[in-house]
Design a binder for this molecule. Structure first.
Ligand code: MG
Length: 167
């Protein structure tokens, strides 16, 4: 029997301007002007959850963690990633790698990228070498370019079967 591989794609966007720090990938990168949302509004954690659910046919984050549920208010979104990954492992899946792209006009993400990779890897229960995180601006275009929103794209590869995820 060959190992089964699945790819998953996730995307998230949040408006900016909340009266709390801007948290991306588990790292607070600005003291205020945070993302507006029911939880901590961490676009990277949210996009990652959707990618994991997408890879395994698990629906989406809105269905799994509804913003109408008071239990999800102001929570640390790394919990969503950890719980989702735990469910995948129960079903026999392991993460091969994850690749994320943050789209944010300011501040610059690159000084925080390694810390974000560590936080994302910790939430996933994996090594940071399996996590890639890139960042770009939206070149001043649209709401993200105007500094009104932050977005994140995530892709994951998961595997289950007779072999472990390749090193
Ligand atoms: Mg979200």
């Amino acid at each position: 029997m060959l190992p089964e591989y699945r790819v998953g794609n996730g995307y998230d966007l949040h408006r900016l301007g909340a009266d709390h720090p801007l948290r991306i990938g588990g790292v607070d990168i600005a003291p205020d002007g945070g993302a507006i949302g029911h939880s901590d509004a961490d676009v990277a954690m949210h996009a990652l959850v959707d990618a994991l659910l997408g890879a395994t046919g698990g629906g989406d984050i809105g269905r799994r963690y509804p913003d109408t549920d008071p239990a999800n208010r102001d929570v640390d979104s790394s919990r969503f990633v950890a719980e989702t990954m735990a469910d995948l492992r129960k079903a026999g899946w392991d993460l091969v790698n994850a690749d994320l792209t943050i789209v944010l006009e300011r501040p610059k993400v690159s000084p925080f990228a390694d810390a974000m990779r560590q936080q994302l890897a910790a939430a996933l229960g994996t090594d940071a070498k399996r996590i890639s995180l890139k960042a770009k601006t939206n070149e001043g275009v649209d709401a993200v370019g105007a500094g009104e929103a932050v977005a994140c794209h995530a892709v994951v590869l998961v595997v289950r079967g007779p072999t472990q995820a390749p090193a």
